[in-house]
Design a protein. Structure first.
Length: 257
């Protein structure tokens, strides 16, 4: 699936008071592929959805890393996330999405040498907003990271709100202001609340994306069960909130599942 050039379509919100209880997260199965495709078309109508070939490749190389959020007895797909394990030393911090995901097929998945879960995609049906679906998907990722005793989760956070401020601040300053709560970014702000922190800002992470102008923040969540002092010493500090190191040293890496 090519993430470049994505434009979210306006959607009518579905008000379901018990949606949080009705939604469950499980590993993706081949029968979910049509629902994932429909979800992609709902959110990004101008971009080709994940193909059956790409999704099949994900399940072939790393089935444990693929999740869907399903609603009700009919298991309507209302969210999904896709991940792979990488050896971070094989990449540069400023590499783009295609490099980290082998053009969306995850054939670079490296469970033998890798210690980093790379988050390639998270999407939630906008008609089911504010029902905790995104949080459940991130919780599933954190649980997987702990079970596999990986060091961390990393990924690229598309700066969806940056186009509104591009004429006023550089992307790095935009991220700093989002980190400290002076500005809100639809994607990054949520991820910060999930315990992630920013390591760098990447230009050209996504090509032809008017909302982010191609920019993304490299984000990281450290596994509190495998943290070693070297991870904190080597971590870039330019984009860290003043309270982050205190939380990490005390073992409070947030995202409590």
């Amino acid at each position: 699936m090519i993430l470049s050039g994505r434009h979210m379509a306006p959607q009518e919100r579905v008000f379901v008071t018990d949606a949080a209880e009705e939604v469950r997260v499980r590993n993706t199965l081949p029968r979910d592929f049509p629902g994932i495709s429909d979800l992609c078309k709902c959110i990004y109508p101008d971009t080709a959805p994940w193909s059956a070939n790409e999704l099949s490749s994900h399940l072939a190389v790393f089935p444990e890393g693929q999740f869907v959020a399903v609603y009700g007895s009919e298991e309507k797909v209302v969210g999904m996330c896709a991940s792979l394990i990488v050896l971070w030393d094989d990449y540069q911090m400023l590499d783009n999405w295609e490099a980290f995901t082998a053009d969306g097929f995850f054939t670079n998945h490296d469970a033998k040498r890798g210690h980093t879960l790379y988050g390639a995609e998270v999407i939630v049906d906008p008609r089911f907003e504010h029902h905790g679906i995104g949080e459940k998907l991130y919780c599933a990722r954190r649980g997987l990271t702990k079970r596999l005793e990986l060091w961390r989760i990393r990924g690229g956070s598309r700066l969806r709100g940056y186009h509104q401020y591009a004429g006023q601040v550089a992307p790095e300053e935009y991220v700093v202001q989002v980190v400290h709560g002076y500005l809100r970014d639809p994607t990054l702000t949520f991820q910060l609340h999930q315990g992630f922190h920013v390591l760098a800002v990447v230009p050209h992470y996504l090509s032809d994306d008017p909302a982010s102008l191609g920019y993304a923040a490299v984000i990281e969540w450290l596994n509190p069960e495998t943290i070693v002092p070297e991870m904190l010493v080597e971590r870039p500090t330019q984009f860290l909130h003043k309270d982050v190191l205190r939380h990490l040293v005390t073992g409070d890496n947030r995202g409590g599942c």
